[in-house]
Design a protein around this ligand. Structure first.
Ligand code: SAH
Length: 198
C-alpha cells in the first residue's frame, strides 16, 4: 500500500502525462487519414496498454491489489519520479514536433510530412520512448507486482512489433528519404556517435 504522499505524487504525474496526451490527441485527431495500416494485433495490444495503465489507479484508489505488494528501499522512489517526469517531457516534445502527423493506430494522414526536426532529429520513436520510460518509472514508484509491472509487460512487446510495421510503412510512403533518416537517428534513444558529431 502506498502512503498518502506517494499517492499524490503518482497521481499528479499520471495526470500530467494524461493531460499532455489528451491535449495533443484532441488537437490533431480531426485531420483525415489518407492510408490506414491498422491490424488486429495492434488494436488488441493498444487496448491492453490502456488496461495496464489503469491498473495503477486501481492500486491507488483501492486495496484489492495490496496482496501483490513487496518491500523495496524508499530511495528507489526518487529515480522513479525523475524517470516519470522525463517521460512526460519527452511525450510533450514529441507530440509538439510531430503535430498533425500523429495517428493513434498506424496510418498516413492527408498531406503527411516526414518530420526530421526537434526531438525527431535524434530519435525516430520518441513517443514510444516516453511510454517505455513511463513503464520503467511505474515499476520504481509502485511497489506492487501487478500495478508496477503491468505496463512494461504489455507495452514493450507492443512497441517492438509496432516499430517494425511502422518503419515498413514509412519506407513504403517516403522511400529513400526515410532510409536516409534512419541512418542518422536512434530508434528509441539517440545514437551516441551521430549526436556528438553534430
Ligand atoms: N513512432 C513515432 C510516432 C508515433 S504516432 C514516435 O514514437 O514518436 C504513429 C504515427 O506517426 C504513424 O502512423 C506515422 O504515420 C507517424 N510517424 C512516425 N514517425 C514519423 C515521422 N518521423 N514523421 C512523420 N510522421 C511520423
Amino acid at each position: 500500500m502506498l502512503n498518502s504522499t506517494d499517492k499524490i505524487i503518482y497521481l499528479a504525474l499520471f495526470f500530467l502525462f494524461f493531460v499532455v496526451r489528451k491535449y495533443y490527441t484532441g488537437k490533431y485527431r480531426t485531420k483525415k487519414l489518407h492510408k490506414s495500416k491498422v491490424n488486429i494485433l495492434d488494436i488488441v495490444l493498444l487496448t491492453l496498454d490502456g488496461i495496464a495503465m489503469v491498473l495503477p489507479l486501481v492500486y491507488v484508489f483501492s486495496d484489492i491489489l495490496d496482496f501483490a505488494d513487496y518491500n523495496r528501499p524508499f530511495l528507489v522512489n526518487f529515480p522513479g519520479i525523475i524517470i516519470l517526469t522525463t517521460a512526460i517531457v519527452t511525450l510533450w516534445f514529441s507530440h509538439h514536433d510531430l503535430s498533425s502527423n500523429w495517428t493513434p493506430t498506424l496510418g498516413i494522414k492527408e498531406d503527411h510530412k516526414l518530420i526530421k526536426t526537434g526531438v525527431y532529429k535524434y530519435i525516430r520513436h520518441p513517443m514510444y520512448t516516453a511510454h517505455i520510460l513511463w513503464s520503467i518509472g511505474q515499476i520504481a514508484v509502485l511497489p506492487n507486482w501487478i500495478a508496477g509491472f503491468s505496463f512494461i509487460i504489455i507495452t514493450v512487446p507492443h512497441l517492438l512489433s509496432r516499430i517494425k510495421d511502422e518503419e515498413e510503412m514509412m519506407i513504403e510512403q517516403f522511400g529513400e528519404e526515410y532510409k536516409n533518416y534512419k541512418k542518422t537517428t536512434g530508434i528509441i534513444f539517440p545514437k551516441i556517435k551521430s549526436t556528438l558529431n553534430r
